[in-house]
Ligand binder design. Structure first.
Ligand code: GLU
Length: 621
């Protein structure tokens, strides 16, 4: 197994071979969320040349209440496969891996085995929260100037679609590590449902068609990608069925031989070949830089088990993902700042003013201080200390917005004075991030809970499918700063083996030591504010979880304007000096709340990204 501390021999390969090929989770699935796919004609090779026969897109149910376990994802097939695992006796970790593998099929532009992610688990057996860092790593040959040519940063749009931006995928190793550590299923069994979806196909919905359309130009520039996602040269029609037999074969390869097939086996060589010589279509004029990845980089990959971040908030314990993600530190710092006031007692404008300012201050600190802890000294304890939060909270003026960007604070253990507030230095700029990614949350009847955010970075990753293997590669290394924006202090420059800073924020909230809430979202840096705002909505502003998720969002990230969805109440904030910019939607949360009497409330988006899919094992009000 590929973890730095959880050594596991290759026995897993023999064990996988020894398994019977009998009924597996996902075979003969009982009716559940998303089971409305028409059974007939799922061969995907229909005469229209645009993805095959037609089906009805599975129904999407954004809210479910009941017992026996729960799953919330963006996709009905993934939720159905996760629920099926729970019904058959699997636990929340098994269900999370099975659902994630299905997202690799039906949400392939957001996540898959070509990418990475972060998984946070409440382990009921030990009563503890633990995490896995499955972030992609830079190749050993990657120096701090890897994205600079002739003294100038290469254009981001060229970096996005390149071999250069591909990090070593962490997702397959994360699945194996999660199953080995907390699961009950073999990788083979956990992949069975997803393999079946890849084989039989999924019904193309509007979101998938729109994402394909948005990527059509660059997909067309790679022979392998065009063959899979532009069948017959066109964007698959809504309602058509898209099969991915190559991915089904790849999953079977992993099932038989373990994830070493990808890190040291045949897939490793194929990934390296694809990165070093991308399959550019004849006649394409796109500039596609090759990458630096070598087989040794894949062979060296390790999932890192990490202590979670922890802050207490209104008497609850909020656990998140530690660096190299900035999710846990930034959500945690903002909560600490907010805890200095009683948000629930403030009027709406003042409550949101504090939300906006706390997020901006925490982002200033994130940009200055957070990077891969194997390479930079991240002052995590201080960033999450009450003393530092008090020093930062002191800057918030109830009568006026702080001029943006605000400068980072100095988390050095010495805080104050508070009158006047301690000044900061120069603001650190935020590097741009994509808006892809996906999040899923699972819970089981034994009390285990998983919050798992995974990604291939951009929607569509780097746009390059590994030929014959059915999955896209990530472009995660574009999450590095391309040049030093902080006068020698940038914690997020590329480096050999380094993990780029992330914003992924899978979060689990405990009350009296037991899970109360688990949530997360996609959306690049907006992930942090989506998680923060949802927590504030639920814990401070009295909204039930489904309303907390559905409420209009704003994403204050210490810029000169705040992106906000239509419906976010701006007028009072504008009167305080906040400046807003319109954005149609932010994030796509998936959350679970543990209710009384063994019940769960599973919540997905009602509208964003076309709506998500929540389900429970036994519906019960
Ligand atoms: N690369 C982003 C991160 O790690 C996630 C991709 C996205 O959501 O845009 O934060």
């Amino acid at each position: 197994m590929r973890t730095s501390t959880l050594a596991r021999p290759l026995v897993v390969v023999a064990a996988a071979f020894a398994l019977s090929a009998g009924a597996l989770p996902g075979d003969a699935a009982p009716p559940g969320v998303g089971d409305e796919i028409d059974g007939a004609g799922l061969d995907g090779s229909g005469p229209d040349g645009r993805g095959g026969h037609h089906g009805r897109p599975p129904a999407k149910v954004p809210v479910a209440v009941g017992t026996g376990g729960a799953v919330a994802t963006v996709d009905p097939d993934a939720t159905r496969v996760g629920l099926d695992v729970l019904r058959r006796g699997g636990n929340a970790v098994d269900a999370a891996v099975a659902a994630a593998a299905t997202l690799g099929v039906a949400e392939p532009y957001s996540a898959g085995i070509g990418g990475g992610g972060f998984l946070v688990v409440y382990d009921a057996a030990t009563g503890s929260v633990q995490t896995l860092d499955g972030r992609e790593t830079a190749p050993a040959a990657m120096g701090s100037d890897a994205f600079v040519e002739d003294g100038v940063a290469i254009p981001p749009e060229e970096a996005v679609t390149s071999g250069l931006s591909v990090g070593v995928p962490g997702t397959p190793a994360t699945w194996q590590a999660a199953l080995d550590t907390w699961g009950t299923l073999s990788l083979r069994d956990a992949l069975a449902g997803a393999t079946r979806v890849a084989e039989r196909g999924f019904v193309v919905d509007r979101t998938f068609a729109e994402q394909t359309e948005a990527n059509a130009d660059r997909f067309a520039d790679f022979t392998s990608t065009a063959a899979l996602y532009l069948p017959g040269g066109s964007v698959p029609r809504v309602g058509s069925v898209l099969r991915n037999p190559d991915l089904a074969r790849t999953y079977r390869l992993l099932a038989r031989h373990g994830v070493d097939a990808l890190y040291t086996g045949p897939l490793a060589r194929e990934i390296v070949d694809t990165v070093q010589a991308p399959p550019v279509a004849p006649g394409s004029t796109r500039v596609v830089r090759p990458g630096l990845l070598q087989p040794a980089d894949l062979a060296a990959y390790e999932v890192v088990p990490r202590d979670p971040t922890l802050v207490t908030y209104r008497g609850l314990d909020v656990y998140g993902m530690a660096p190299p993600s900035s999710g846990g530190s930034t959500v945690g710092e903002a909560l600490n700042i907010l805890e200095t006031v009683d948000l629930g007692a403030l009027d709406e404008t003042q409550a949101l003013h504090h939300y906006v300012e706390a997020a901006a201050l925490a982002f200033a600190d994130r940009n200055r201080w957070v990077g891969d802890p194997a390479f930079v000294d991240v002052p995590l304890d201080e960033l999450l200390s009450d003393g530092f939060a008090a020093e930062r909270a002191c800057l918030i003026d109830p009568a006026a917005a702080l001029p943006k960007p605000v400068a980072p604070g100095v988390p050095d253990g010495t805080y104050g004075p508070y009158e006047p507030c301690a000044p900061g230095g120069d603001a650190a700029t935020e590097t741009p991030e994509g808006t892809s990614t996906t999040h899923l949350t699972t819970a089981d009847r034994w009390g285990n809970v998983v919050a798992y955010t995974l990604t291939i970075e951009s929607t569509g990753g780097n746009g390059i499918v590994v030929p014959g293997r059915g999955f896209l590669l990530n472009n995660e290394l574009t999450d590095f700063s391309f040049t030093d924006t902080q006068g020698g202090a940038d914690p997020n420059l590329p480096g050999p083996g380094k993990r780029p800073r992330s914003s992924m924020a899978p979060t689990i909230v405990l009350q009296d030591g037991r899970p109360l809430l688990a949530l997360g979202s996609p959306g690049g840096a907006t992930i942090i504010t989506t998680v923060l705002q949802t927590l504030v909505n639920r814990l401070d502003l009295g909204m039930p979880l489904d309303q907390a998720v559905a409420a209009p969002r704003a994403t204050p990230r210490n810029g000169t304007s705040i992106q906000a969805e239509p419906g976010f109440p701006r007028a009072g904030l504008e009167a305080l000096g906040h400046v807003f910019a319109d954005t149609p939607e932010i994030g796509a949360a998936a959350a679970i709340e543990v209710l009384d009497r063994g019940r769960f409330l599973a919540v997905a988006e009602p509208e964003r990204r076309g709506g998500g899919s929540a389900g429970v094992v036994r519906p019960r009000r």
